[in-house]
Write a protein that binds this ligand. Structure first.
Ligand code: FAD
Length: 417
């Protein structure tokens, strides 16, 4: 048996960010356990790569809320982190395009909301203004957020882990946590290798985090449902169709932010994602499935309440078409770039995230992080990896304050990015 003060489960961007902050800020004995042999193999290596400053412009994000703070600070700090450590960054902003009258109105609302949140944005009020920045984009008005950017989350995750390691944290790769049990005042983590004892657990297991939390009596009211996002990408000779990152403006209900064009730091332009319920949280292949997870989804009252309404079924049908019929996907793309053709798109990678539903079947959009006596559970860290540094610092400060108040740890040092 091996003993630590703090054990972190999950080598995605959140687990690594927390390990880094904790190891810099304290002398605690820390370990991070990751079941794969490489870091960032799941959500943190399979996403759009967008620093979501634009999220604060959405009408339902309250200016001044924790979500707004995490998003704004998160974007700025992650950009500085990339610059400081020479990590891939494409720093050319994001455009959200409005076409019909409703979308144009939403663009104007988002503009005011962004200003209220203190985010720099430009309102582009004509096709000509849009085309000055993006010559191939069709739309009547648009919001441009110059501070937004894209990054490559794999190298960021590795850098955070490297810093954690250099500051004394132990990283166990290929180490799957099978069971977590209370053992007196401590926790006992049974893995496929050793049993690890720790005073405190950080559960950053991504799509599996709710499952661990529930075995410890936390988050029983929620159900996590995996959603599969598949991307296309522009063939190399057509990448010039987009300079930076272009999103549609969604009005009404939607499963996703909508099919968008994202220029990654390596110059590839990814297009998507599609959004369909996944047949498992790590089932990336088209024919992969996980019977236990499918059963959990379809037998959950939370999920049945969500899927039960006529509006949701229509949306699901729409998404199903977009996922399985390239022509339907292409039509979404043509809304933003009319001249795009089927041959301009080739299949790219797949990512799976989880959505959280409450018992009424409502989707939870706020961050759900439970900081408790023996464990912190990142049930739904929002708004995605954008907030990895801010959340890492917030959690490590909360945990160290708690552990030092009960004399379990000496918490003295300050962290900087
Ligand atoms: C398609 C897609 C697009 C996205 N786009 C964006 C975007 O543009 N901007 C943004 O900010 N966010 C985006 N996100 C969200 C973002 O990627 C995630 O919020 C973030 O990566 C989650 O990181 P994580 O560390 O919590 O989870 P993960 O990266 O999934 O890491 C969890 C880790 O836990 C490990 N693990 C699980 N169970 C065990 C166990 N039993 N024992 C040991 N280890 C275990 C897993 O192997 C995994 O490595 C997107 C997500 C997806 C799927």
């Amino acid at each position: 048996m091996v003993e630590y003060d703090i054990a972190i489960v999950g080598g995605g961007i959140f687990g690594c960010s927390i390990a880094r902050h904790l190891s810099i800020k304290s002398d605690a004995e820390i370990c991070l356990l990751e079941k794969e042999y490489h870091l960032a193999q799941h959500q943190s290596g399979r996403n759009s790569g967008t620093l979501h400053l634009g999220v604060v412009t959405e009408a339902d994000v309250e200016p001044g809320s924790q979500l707004a703070k995490f998003t704004i600070e998160g974007t700025r700090r992650l950009k500085s982190y990339c610059l400081k450590h020479d990590l891939p960054l494409h720093d050319r902003g994001i455009m959200k395009v409005g076409d019909c009258e409703e979308e144009q109105e939403k663009v104007r609302e988002m503009y005011h909301s962004a200003l209220e949140s203190g985010v720099e944005v430009d309102l582009l009020e004509s096709r000509e203004e849009i085309r000055n920045l993006e010559p191939n984009i069709s739309g009547k008005n648009a919001l441009f957020s110059p501070e937004s950017a894209t990054v490559d989350t794999g190298p960021i995750t590795n850098k955070l882990a490297q810093e954690a390691y250099e500051n004394g944290a132990n990283l166990y790769m290929g180490c799957e946590v099978k069971q977590i049990k209370k053992s007196g005042d401590r926790l006992s983590l049974r893995t496929n290798k050793d049993t690890i004892e720790a005073d405190y657990l950080i559960n950053a297991a991504g799509t599996k985090a709710l499952e661990f939390a529930q075995t410890m009596g936390i988050g029983q009211e929620y159900q996590a449902v995996p959603f599969r996002g598949a991307y296309y990408e522009l063939v190399p000779e057509r990448r010039s169709l987009v300079n930076s990152n272009v999103y549609p403006t969604n009005v009404g209900e939607s499963f996703q932010v909508g099919v968008h064009f994202t220029r990654r730091p390596d110059s590839r332009v990814i297009v998507g994602p599609t959004g369909m319920i996944a047949l498992g949280s790590e089932t990336y292949g088209k024919t992969d499935f996980n019977i236990r997870e499918i059963y959990n989804t379809i037998s959950s009252r939370n999920f049945l309440n969500f899927i039960g309404s006529k509006d949701t079924l229509l949306l699901a049908w729409d998404e199903l078409n977009k996922t399985y019929r390239k022509s339907s996907f292409l039509r979404r793309c043509q809304k933003l770039i009319p001249e795009i053709k089927s041959g301009d798109l080739e299949e790219s990678y797949v990512g799976i995230s989880h959505w959280l539903f409450n018992q009424e079947g409502e989707r939870i959009g706020e961050p759900i992080i439970d900081i408790g006596e023996n464990a912190t559970h990142l049930i739904m860290p929002q708004p995605g990896f954008t907030a990895a540094l801010t959340t890492g610092e917030y959690i490590s400060e909360g945990v160290l304050d708690h552990l030092s108040s009960v004399n379990r740890i000496d918490n003295t040092k300050a962290t900087t990015d």
